[in-house]
Design a protein. Structure first.
Length: 128
C-alpha cells in the first residue's frame, strides 16, 4: 500500500513539476496527514517538486476530517480533470475540422476528367 501511494504521489508530483519558468504558477497546497508526511520516501518525493507546499491536516489517519476538507479535495481533483476532458474534446474537434477541410479542398481540386467512374455492365439473365 505504501509503495502504491508513493508511486502515485511521485507521478502526480512529476506531472506538476513539468512547468516551465515562464509559466510560473502559484504554489499548490497538498493536504496530507502527519503520518504520511513523516514517511521518508514521500518526503523525498515532494521535496523535489517546485511550488508545492504540504499542509498537515490531521495527526494521523485520514486527511479529510470535515465536509469542507472533502469539498476542497473534490474540487482540487475535479477542476483539472474537467479541463483535461475539455482539452481532449477541443483537440478532437480541431482534428475533425482539419480532416473535413482537406477532403473538401481535395474534392474541389480534382476535375471531372480525373475522376474515374466505374463502368456499368448489364448481364442478361434467362428466366426459366
Amino acid at each position: 500500500m505504501s509503495s502504491a501511494l508513493l508511486a502515485l504521489l511521485t507521478g502526480v508530483l512529476a506531472a506538476c513539476s513539468n512547468q516551465t519558468a515562464a509559466s510560473a504558477s502559484p504554489p499548490r497546497e497538498l493536504r496530507m496527514s502527519a503520518l504520511a508526511v513523516a514517511d521518508p520516501l514521500i518526503k523525498a518525493a515532494y521535496s523535489r517538486v517546485r511550488n508545492v507546499t504540504i499542509k498537515i491536516t490531521s495527526p494521523g489517519g485520514a486527511s479529510i476530517t470535515n465536509l469542507n476538507d472533502l469539498q476542497q479535495g473534490v474540487t482540487d481533483i475535479v477542476i483539472p480533470l474537467i479541463q483535461q476532458i475539455g482539452s481532449g474534446f477541443l483537440i478532437v474537434g480541431v482534428a475533425g475540422f482539419v480532416i473535413a477541410f482537406v477532403l473538401l479542398v481535395s474534392s474541389w481540386l480534382v476535375t471531372g476528367s480525373k475522376r474515374q467512374s466505374g463502368k456499368i455492365v448489364q448481364i442478361p439473365t434467362q428466366v426459366a
